[in-house]
Design a binder for this molecule. Structure first.
Ligand code: GLV
Ligand code: MN
Ligand code: MN
Length: 421
């Protein structure tokens, strides 16, 4: 590999800043929820850049955008990179955006050097990776690989009752590209770590070996509202008390399982939400994650039993909805080895690590060899307007991506040519 092969760092930073201006929040950070007007504007900006770079752009019916650069043998399966540009409501400027814009920087570098790789290169923007408006997360990549049907994805509604399919159509992003999408030769995603490890250990790059399992559930509790002063404690059917008890149990559970268990109650809405009224209805979400799939399943079963017991004792009824469920995913060791090799050759301090967050790479990785490159999140903060990664780390990560993609895109077809598209 040419020692001089580097992306244009200033261009990457400028593009990150321009995209970050769309949906910018007054005090800092970004809100670009999936299929919103801000998402639409972000997509327009990035697809404009894709076109300027000469990429052939296609959009599929769930709004995944793929920009393609031809290879010397354009019939071979492409090497794909990419990520997402939707954000949580209180998001930062790097989660997802870095992976997409670094992909464009790779293309720009190869264009400038007039390098044509053997295999085509593709840069993907996957729809609705965050899933906080339309669960599950990684919706676009799930539909891309065919593990979530288009009809099912389109029918998922947000809290206002808007269907994802209608929202995608309304922003003009329901395209005609075929689904499931073509399986790439390999997929590599650059992403910020979103956790504290690399920053605390003063490392430049994480070579992601696996992603932990994810379980999202939504609970609805129904009790009886009553006067907070007159209703004796023994006669209450307090949906708020039930939810609070379960929220405390979720925290306690994180100490009890093997693997690395984390648990979060991120949504807790009480009704009627008044100081002197016993709550009669609650909506609550539980996000459980574990590196060990069997332990995650055991925790879910234990939580079920706990919810049933607490509700029974309080005379509160409940129903639950599954929002998302992902088994832990192990990335391809050969892709990880390539990332490690290039990080080392660039003189970067690196280590293998497991991702706590979900990513499109774990979904595309169900079909082809995949890997991820992490760069440090200052103080480990993400899904927060304070999210920050230092410029030199953004650029270093993009350089590792560039070299990894070029290596993969020069891999010849297998002797049998069996993988020819
Ligand atoms: C996606 O951002 C997740 O919640 O892991
Ligand atoms: Mn992300
Ligand atoms: Mn995210």
């Amino acid at each position: 590999m040419d020692d001089d092969l580097h992306i244009d760092g200033l261009r990457l930073l400028a593009r990150l800043q321009s995209l970050g201006a769309i949906g910018a929040l007054p005090g800092g950070g970004v809100c670009r929820l999936a299929f919103s007007a801000e998402d639409q504007a972000g997509r327009a900006l990035v697809t404009g850049w894709m076109a300027e770079l000469g990429l052939q752009v296609r959009v599929d019916p769930i709004g995944n955008i793929i920009g393609r650069r031809a290879g010397r043998d354009d019939g071979l399966p492409a090497v794909m990179t990419g990520s997402h540009i939707d954000t949580v409501r209180t998001g930062g400027n790097y989660d997802g955006n870095l992976g997409v814009l670094a992909g464009l920087q790779v293309i720009e570098t190869l264009n400038a050097r007039e390098i044509t790789t053997l295999r085509p290169l593709e840069v993907a923007i996957f729809s609705n990776e965050e899933g906080c408006r339309f669960p599950p997360d990684m919706m676009g990549s799930l539909v891309y690989v065919g593990d979530l049907s288009l009809a099912e994805a389109r029918a998922i509604t947000d809290t206002a009752g808007v269907a994802a399919g209608d929202a995608c159509l309304a922003i003009g992003q329901a395209g005609g590209a075929s689904l499931p999408g073509a399986t790439p030769h390999a997929f590599v995603e650059l992403h910020i770590e979103q956790g504290p490890v690399l920053d605390a250990e003063k490392l430049d790059v994480g070579v992601v070996t696996a992603v932990q399992g994810i379980s999202w559930q939504r609970f609805f509790f129904r009790g009886v509202s009553n006067h907070a002063g007159t209703c004796p404690m023994a006669m209450r059917h307090d949906a708020g008390f039930v939810a609070a008890t379960i929220a405390c149990e979720v925290r306690a559970m994180t100490q009890r399982y093997a693997g690395a268990m984390v648990g979060t109650v991120g949504v807790l809405q009480l009704g009627p939400n008044l100081v002197n009224v016993v709550p009669n209805q609650v909506e609550m979400t539980v996000d459980l994650r574990n590196t060990d799939g069997a332990e995650l399943a055991r925790a879910e079963a234990d939580l079920d039993a706990f919810v049933t017991a607490v509700c029974g004792a309080e005379g509160v009824t409940f129903r639950k909805e599954r929002m998302a469920r992902f088994e832990p995913h192990t990335f391809d060791p050969a892709v990880a080895a390539l990332i490690t090799e290039h990080a080392g050759a660039l003189g970067l301090q690196h280590k293998p690590m497991v991702s706590g967050a979900g990513h499109d790479a774990q979904i595309i990785g169900r079909r082809c060899p995949a890997g991820m490159i992490f760069v440090p999140s200052v103080n480990g903060i993400s899904h927060n307007v304070e999210e920050h990664t230092d410029a030199h780390h953004l650029i270093a990560g993009a350089d590792v991506l560039l070299r990894t993609l070029v290596s993969l895109a020069e891999q010849p077809a297998p002797a049998t040519e069996a993988e020819r598209a």
